[in-house]
Design a protein around this ligand. Sequence first.
Ligand code: C5P
Length: 288
Amino acid sequence: MFTIKAPAKVNWFLEVKGKRPDGYHELETVMQAVSLFDEISVEDRADGELILTCNIDLGAPEKNLVYRAAELMRQHHAPGRGAQIALNKQIPHGAGLGGGSSDAANALIALNRLWDLHLHKNVLQDIVARVGSDCAFFVEGGTAVCTGRGEIVEQLPDIGVFHLVLLYPNDVCPTPQVYGELSRDLTYSPRNCYLFLPAKMDAPQLASGVFNRLQESALKVSAKLRAAWESTAHEPGVLVRFVSGSGSSVAFLLNDEAAAQQLEDSLTARSLGRAYAVKTLPGGAVWG
Ligand code: C5P
């Protein structure tokens, strides 16, 4: 049996470059893995069944990204193999933190080992990108520029340790609705993320490059997100705050761990939602 930890992500930068003929949006985004984790355990099943269990109600397993990615991997690379997959979810759903996508990618990393397949990372990325646009990033994690629908991943060097707080305002932002809101007005001049990615940055430099084109749309879609946003305009020690991806989470960048812990405590005490002090992660799987 293997256990792997599936990290959440934030987007330091997200620009929507336009609408594509297939209905998706062309993206340029800088994704960052952070230390809030779901946990996935995989165990071999001699009977060839693929069974997914979870600590929360998942609905039909066939619709779950983990199940769909595992089934694709089995069909193409491991016919007849079975697995028991146990998912322990801590990352809020519909939060712009990539939980479901990270679960799918990390389940494939675990199954690759369990079934002794030795598939290259690029193959895992190709499989998992078929179940969701931002899944491929989580095969390596760390920091990466993602383009296309989000599935074209260019790994960046490790940026070092930065401290953040994530605030989930107890509401989901449906991704299609957030993109739909933005699509009403695609007349801006797109920004370019490379302008803010020197090899080594300190926290204020990083803060000055943060941008999310979906932020205003997400704030329109969720009233609870807007309320949380408006209540946190002047938090002590915060270098920048931003909505992560299509929301509904707000991320706060701070100078150090003590400041992050203080903010987590303060947000929790004020019942603004679920708050998590986290740090940035380098690339590579986190085995549990
Ligand atoms: O690929 P995924 O299923 O994660 O995307 C969910 C939804 O988000 C899509 O159906 C689409 O409405 C929107 N989306 C988009 N452009 C992207 C990624 C997602 O419009 N690049």
